[in-house]
Design a protein around this ligand. Structure first.
Ligand code: F6P
Length: 339
């Protein structure tokens, strides 16, 4: 068998570990041939390939980013001035031209949706979920998330001491354009006092009140962790918006930090290396057993799979009754909601 692998959407730590997991299992265990597709789906349209023989898969486990490159190109979305008239048709043609028996698509929600549509077009597709946002439906966790939480937690830990020295309110914006998983986990892991996530409506008066209460109780400083996707009338940075509002509504000194792309860069955590390796190996097993049209997934302790038709680009939000939220509340963490 000959299989293609591509990575699409925003990058994250662990993609190379997944490529290695698929590739080594496919080549060593199943005697398959593996070819890399460059820059996501655009590489399949423009026939840009990258060799992936066994020796080229060594030494990439710990590397951040993706050796294949990535793009946010959506083949089923028509764009003004598209050089290729029918992108799905071009993909089908090139899949044949490359002599592929299966295609592995490593990506987030958008990629899994495209993977499903391509399988409806008759391609043998397997999805591997990845994103720092952890918002892919159908799997307990995506790789990239643990690494991003580690990076964000480390950054917030560092902000505690400077906040304490200056008696300041520190507002930290983390990634998560739709779901608040990073804010919730990094916020709780680093002892955040207020955590704002898109899934819970916040009340600015309450946020200011909590900060003033803390100050009156003699707490020298406060840490406010903000997911970038919270309701924000200014549309620019959610963290800046919240910091400005706090300054306006209290007499406290406020500073903001936007973590941005640092959360997506660098080497994957050991947890993500293992998860990505397992996802990759399972993808190769699924191909060998011709179980196409599935996305690999973690359910409890099991590495398993779920039909792409059930995933279809759905977003996995933080449930507002998540146990970490409940327990945080018991310990005095505010999620900014009205009392
Ligand atoms: O990969 C998901 C994500 O990290 C989001 O949280 C963020 O909004 C987005 O990527 C931004 O990525 P880009 O600028 O690459 O589109």
């Amino acid at each position: 068998m000959r299989i293609g692998i591509l990575s699409a959407g925003g990058d994250c730590p662990g993609i190379n570990a997944a490529i290695r997991g698929v590739g080594k299992t496919a080549i060593i265990e199943y005697g398959m041939e593996v070819v890399g597709i460059a820059n996501g789906f655009s590489g399949l349209i423009n026939l840009e390939t990258i060799p992936l023989q066994e020796h080229l898969l060594s030494g990439i486990l710990t590397l951040g980013g993706t050796i294949l490159g990535t793009s946010r190109m959506k083949p089923f979305r028509k764009q003004e001035g598209d050089p290729v008239e029918n992108k799905p048709e071009a993909i089908k043609m090139n899949y044949e031209k490359l002599g592929l028996d299966a295609l592995v698509c490593i990506g987030g929600n958008g990629t899994q949706k495209t993977a499903h549509l391509l399988s409806l077009e008759g391609l043998n597709v397997i999805g591997i979920p990845k994103t720092i946002d952890n918002d892919v439906w159908g799997t307990d966790t995506t790789f990239g998330f643990d690494s991003a939480v580690n990076i964000a937690t480390d950054a917030i830990d560092r902000l505690h001491s400077t906040a304490n020295s200056h008696k300041r309110v520190m507002v930290i914006e983390v990634m998560g354009h739709t779901a608040g998983w990073i804010a919730l986990y990094a916020g709780m892991a680093s002892g955040g006092d207020i955590i704002l996530i898109p899934e819970i409506e916040y009340d600015m008066d309450r946020v200011a009140e909590v900060l003033l209460e803390r100050s009156h109780k003699g707490k020298a400083y406060s840490i406010v962790v903000v997911a970038e996707g919270i309701e924000n009338p200014k549309k620019k940075s959610a963290g800046s918006h919240i910091a400005k509002q706090i300054t306006k509504m209290t007499n406290l000194e406020v500073r903001e930090t936007i973590l941005g792309y640092t959360q997506r860069g660098g080497s994957p955590s050991p947890h993500d290396r293992i998860l990505a390796t397992q996802y990759g190996a399972h993808a190769a097993e699924l191909i060998y057993n011709r179980k196409f049209g599935n996305m690999v997934s973690l359910q409890g302790n099991d590495i398993t799979h779920i039909p792409l038709s059930e995933v279809g680009g759905k977003v996995k939000l933080v449930p507002s009754n998540h146990e970490l939220i409940q327990r945080g509340r018991y310990m005095g963490v505010s999620f900014g909601e009205k009392r």
